[in-house]
Design a protein around this ligand. Structure first.
Ligand SMILES: Cc1cc2nc3c(=O)[nH]c(=O)nc-3n(C[C@H](O)[C@H](O)[C@H](O)COP(=O)(O)OP(=O)(O)OC[C@H]3O[C@@H](n4cnc5c(N)ncnc54)[C@H](O)[C@@H]3O)c2cc1C
Length: 452
């Protein structure tokens, strides 16, 4: 019996089709354009940019779809972004802080214990030292990792609580393969030094970059305007044998090769003939959704930090971002702005209200924490939900992902980006993932014909 891949018809004259016009889709488009390979990019949205899209509201506030800053260490991609905005970008030393039970704490908290009450610092230090000298046991999950890295008191007071707010599941149910540089693991000397006095931060992000005008999406705009882009085209069917796509607006498109940045749980159901086990695997890929509450405030002195993390379980948001600190172009004169992130997930912690219903709760918690004063005027408010926010690294992820990837491989469909590779990629990594997808297609050389 022929495999699905063998059964695929080649369509020599058909273009490479890229689904999605976010970082990954446009990274793929750039690579194919540079090789003069015929391609077309389709996106369901009436605008390009995916998660990095930005919107200028009539009242003068600019908000990104979700809050974004660039902190890539990849010099090539950094150069590309800077070139796209012709050098018109703000570069600021990253300023991040933390809120816990009425205290504002320097980031990362584990290196600044002196700012905590003494009756908490003592058990943190005792547990940290005990954990350091304990016989190393196996690290079976994220909770084991936290206990080994920080000791029980710190782990339970800070990262475990934050993790439940951000990932929507407990640390005991998560793997550790997403950690990378995300959680700083200090040495004994750093913990002790931070308990007595300030020290240089070791956070993996040191500088934020952001376009002067138009929000984060300006990093993509000059290129996106050169791309063969079909907006408002939502793919609703993929026939991998005929190599044909069907769109919600009735358009049909034959493809020579298919690159997709659509989130895997949304992509798999579109593919005709997908075996039940692969469909089930795609449903086991868990993800969080984020409600973004955007607020415009009649005061620009809301915060010194660009990003604040909130460790209290009874505060509804996990993180705040202050877009007016990234570029004055994001607000009218003298105004400030806030983006609050509230995480939910369809599998573990479903959203039970409309996004708008969270606005009063967010405002209340901003007042409780002192970010807003009773005199502050709210000039703008809106809220929306982004269905696919973060991949949840639960124990189902790895086997389910392998099943889905095997099937896509058999069909020759090349996934890319944060939601095609199903990981925690940042913007630069998603862009590079799109480039690599294009390279895979170029390397095949089966049905792609260069336009040269
Ligand atoms: C809240 C939040 C904050 C973040 N902050 C940062 C940050 O500060 N810095 C950073 O570097 N990274 C950040 N990231 C990560 C960053 O957003 C991603 O790495 C990147 O935007 C992913 O790009 P992508 O192209 O892979 O996916 P997406 O941007 O999701 O693009 C996928 C595209 O596919 C389209 N699509 C979906 N379904 C269909 C369909 N059926 N038919 C056609 N088109 C379809 C969508 O409309 C979308 O445009 C953040 C992510 C989140 C969720």
């Amino acid at each position: 019996m022929p495999t699905a891949r063998q059964g695929v018809r080649t369509a020599a004259s058909a273009p490479v089709v890229i689904l999605g016009s976010g970082m990954a889709g446009l990274g793929a488009a750039m690579r194919l354009r540079n090789e003069a390979v015929p391609y077309l990019v389709f996106d369901a949205n009436p605008y390009y940019g995916g998660h990095t899209a930005s919107e200028r509201h009539e009242d003068g506030f600019v908000f990104d779809d979700g809050p974004h800053v660039s902190f890539t260490r990849d010099e090539r991609i950094r150069g590309l972004f800077t070139q796209f905005v012709e050098g018109r970008e703000h570069r600021v030393p990253a300023d991040i802080n933390n809120y816990w039970r009425g205290l504002w704490l320097t980031h990362p908290v584990q290196m600044n214990l002196r700012e905590l009450p003494a009756d908490l610092v003592v058990p943190i230090l005792v547990d940290f030292i005990e954990a350091r000298y304990a016989q190393a046991g196996p690290i079976a999950n994220y909770q084991d990792w936290l206990l080994a890295a920080y000791g029980a008191t710190f782990a339970r007071t800070f990262p475990e609580v934050y993790g439940r707010k951000y990932h929507t599941i407990g640390a005991e149910a998560m793997t550790t393969d997403w950690l990378g540089p995300r959680m700083y693991r200090p040495g004994m000397d750093e913990i002790l030094r931070g308990a007595f006095g300030p020290q240089e931060s070791k956070h993996y992000v040191t500088e934020f970059r952001y376009p002067d005008e138009g929000g984060f999406v300006s990093y993509l705009s000059p290129f996106a305007e050169m791309v063969e882009l079909r907006l408002g085209h939502k793919a609703v069917g993929i026939d991998p044998v005929e190599r044909q796509l069907t769109f919600a607006n009735g358009h049909r498109q034959t493809y020579g090769e298919l690159i997709s940045s659509i989130p895997l749980p949304a992509l798999v159901p579109l593919i005709a003939g997908t075996p039940t086990r692969v469909q089930e695997a795609s449903r086991r890929l868990s993800f969080s959704s984020v409600v973004i509450v955007n607020l415009g405030i009649g005061r620009d002195t809301l915060s010194d930090a660009h990003i604040s993390y909130f460790y209290d379980e009874d505060i509804v948001f996990a993180r705040l971002n202050f877009p007016h600190l990234l570029s004055p172009g994001n607000t009218p004169a003298d105004a400030g702005s806030i983006q609050a992130e509230v995480y939910r997930s369809e599998r573990y912690k479903p959203l039970t209200t409309s996004p708008e219903a969270l606005i009063p709760r967010v405002v209340e918690d901003l007042r409780r924490t002192g970010v807003l004063t009773p005199d502050d005027t709210i000039l703008h408010s809106d809220a929306h939900v982004t269905r696919f926010a973060n991949v949840i690294y639960d124990t189902d992820r790895e086997p389910a992902l392998a099943e889905v990837q095997r099937h896509l491989d058999e069909l020759g469909i090349v996934p890319c980006g944060r939601y095609g590779d199903w990981n925690h990629d940042w913007t630069d990594e998603s862009f590079a993932s799109g480039e690599r997808a294009a390279e895979r297609v170029l390397a095949r050389g089966i049905s792609v014909r260069t336009g040269r």
